[in-house]
Design a protein around this ligand. Structure first.
Ligand code: IMP
Ligand code: MG
Length: 182
């Protein structure tokens, strides 16, 4: 699949992302106004650009931690197993936590990560996703904050990859495969 030639069409500009982050941060600020420290948990790797912009727009005392999860599909049962490849460095019991994800697609990853974080008994637990593809959902999950709802398109840029490429694009673009003769 990674061999097929493709072009990237811009879907969401860097300017629109920045404006949306400003609005989201004002809501996050209101929700955690009284926190003594907010643990901002970024899901590696796709959220690394989003989390960098988000924390610089958040006027709150924060700590940053990272979690890496991977989901493996089972085509026979259409079930998915989510594995934790890298866990948090610090315990979150009794703490305020904001989990930051790039895209909620089928919902399996965030459903699992949310349950895992919740089992550690944080004081408050909220989630934010830059993008949401509601039409692709297989398990119920809705982030507390969403940047943009998008249709069922494969997107890249702003931290998000296609076969580990294009994470460095400053905007969100959709991958359009070109017709070939073979
Ligand atoms: P979910 O478990 O299906 O919700 O998976 C979400 C993860 O799939 C995201 O964190 C992304 O890493 C990946 N993903 C989903 N849609 C896209 C896309 O359009 N481009 C790149 N990665 C995607
Ligand atoms: Mg991801």
């Amino acid at each position: 699949m990674s061999q097929r030639p493709y072009v990237i069409d811009q879907m969401i500009s860097a300017k629109s992302i920045a404006a949306r982050i400003e609005a989201l941060c004002s809501e996050i600020h209101d929700a955690f106004e009284d926190t003594n420290k907010l643990v901002v948990v970024g899901l590696l790797r796709g959220s690394f650009v989003f989390i960098a912009d988000l924390v610089r727009e958040l006027d709150l005392p924060i700590e940053v931690d990272f979690l890496e999860a991977s989901s493996y599909g089972d085509e026979m049962t259409s079930s998915r197993e989510v594995r934790i490849l890298k866990d948090l460095r610090s315990p979150i019991e009794g703490r305020d936590v904001l989990v930051v994800e790039d895209i909620v697609d089928t919902g399996h990853t965030m459903h699992h990560v949310h349950a895992l974080m919740d089992s550690r008994k944080p004081a408050r637990l909220k989630t934010i996703a830059l993008l949401d593809k509601p039409s692709r959902r297989e398990v119920d999950f809705k982030a507390d904050w969403t940047g943009f709802e998008i249709p069922d398109e494969f997107v890249v840029g702003y931290g998000i990859d296609y076969a580990q490429r294009n994470r460095n694009l400053p905007f969100i673009g959709k991958v359009r495969f070109l017709e070939t003769d073979e």
